[in-house]
Design a protein around this ligand. Structure first.
Ligand code: SAH
Length: 219
């Protein structure tokens, strides 16, 4: 077990660099994002039994029927979110394992993240604390309602796919703010919504595969 934590073999820096090379070839261009992916220990966000697969560009199970997002998708959504300039306050819906949270954390001012499944929320919170992430505010909550106390947000990212974009997320976007999320049931597309005053523009990006955005808290 110790060798997984010290970064030998399948979890080594070389293995991580290979993943980054692959993301580059898949079209990820933002060097800040690639650098963060190269330095984030994804193997600590999955079960030890799956750690040897942590640097494959694939989603993996994290329990409770959920998955840690595919590195390409994490990189792509982060890149799109950051593309218009620095973001002070960011809201994430669907903390899951905390991996996307860990990638966003060094790239934004303050990061708020909610997760609706209690065991996942507890595990992610403990893990992120242990790894020393500091600018985070985490909570067990249904992200359908956003997190109004701290809004408006310069960026919002959802890691689960609703059928339609929840209105509260639009309302909690700051002027000029960007919301990126997968939308749809069978057929899902990544959608970028930008707020201009009371007007919203919507851009459809590539096809993706995410777990569904579900209502309520599960204990
Ligand atoms: N980025 C995470 C992805 C986890 S999968 C990672 O890399 O690990 C998406 C997560 O969204 C799941 O944990 C799921 O429970 C959560 N989720 C789905 N609907 C939600 C909602 N309405 N509010 C909060 N979290 C939600």
């Amino acid at each position: 077990m110790d060798h997984l934590r010290t970064g030998i073999g399948m979890t080594s820096q070389r293995t991580r660099n290979r993943l980054v090379q692959r993301l580059r070839e898949s079209g990820i261009k933002d060097e800040r994002v690639l650098e963060v992916i190269a330095s984030t220990p994804r193997h600590l966000f999955v079960d030890e039994a799956l750690a040897h697969r942590a640097y494959e560009d694939t989603a993996l199970p994290i329990g409770n029927g959920q998955t840690i997002s595919q590195p390409y998708t994490v990189a792509r959504m982060t890149e799109v979110l950051l593309a218009a300039g620095p973001l002070d306050k960011v809201l994430e819906i669907g903390t899951g394992s905390g991996y996307q949270t860990a990638v966003l954390s060094p790239l934004v001012g303050r990061l708020f993240s909610v997760e609706r499944i209690e065991p996942l929320q507890h595990k992610a919170a403990a893990r992120l604390k242990e790894l020393g992430y500091r600018n985070l505010h985490l909570k067990l909550s249904d992200g359908t309602w956003g997190w109004p106390e701290f809004g408006p947000y310069d960026g919002i990212l959802a890691a689960a796919a609703p059928e339609n974009v929840p209105d509260s997320l639009l309302q909690q976007l700051a002027d000029g703010g960007r919301l990126i999320l997968p939308v749809g049931t069978e057929e899902q597309k990544l959608v970028l919504i930008t707020r201009h005053g009371d007007h919203f523009t919507r851009k459809t990006l590539e096809s993706v595969r995410f777990v569904p955005f579900l209502p309520g808290v599960q204990r």
